[in-house]
Ligand binder design. Structure first.
Ligand code: DQA
Length: 141
């Protein structure tokens, strides 16, 4: 059974409260439940991690070395700023897929760059929760 680490970055714990017109009205627990159900239906084992702190995300990626077959990552705002998360993904060399709930390509100019995305093999944006399921499915291809 494949073992996938799902990493969610800052403010995703505020789902349901934060900008519902962009991110929807379902809360973070609903996202975790959705990911858990999607993983179970696909026969994938997942661990889900959320942090508002860049260094904790870097630590988590480093600790994943040798333990996971893949990483699904929504680095949230760190997508657009963090060379450290990009370097961590490259350092461990674990296949990674990038997810964004919103369609970042249609948003502000500063969201158009994705550093972490440079270390990801596939990208699902603007699909809401479903992007996470598509990302898990990618590892079965
Ligand atoms: C996000 C998009 C980012 O630009 C933003 O900073 C987030 C969430 C998304 O899932 O759509 O926090 O990653």
């Amino acid at each position: 059974m494949k073992k996938i680490l799902v990493i969610n970055g800052p403010n995703l714990n505020m789902l349901g409260i934060r900008e519902p017109d962009i991110y929807g009205r379902q809360d973070y627990k609903a996202l975790c439940d959705y990911i858990g159900q999607a993983a179970a239906s696909l026969g994938i084992e997942t661990d889900i991690f959320q942090s508002n702190h860049e260094g904790e995300i870097v630590d988590k990626i480093q600790l994943a070395y040798g333990k996971y077959d893949g990483i699904v990552i929504n680095p949230a705002a760190y997508t657009h700023t963090s060379v450290a998360i990009l370097d961590a993904l490259k350092a461990v060399g674990i296949p990674a897929v990038e997810v964004h709930l919103s369609d970042v390509s249609k948003r502000e100019a500063f969201r158009q760059i994705s550093y972490a995305g440079l270390a990801c093999s596939e990208h699902y944006t603007g699909l809401g929760f479903e992007g996470y399921k598509k990302a898990l499915e990618w590892f079965l291809k």
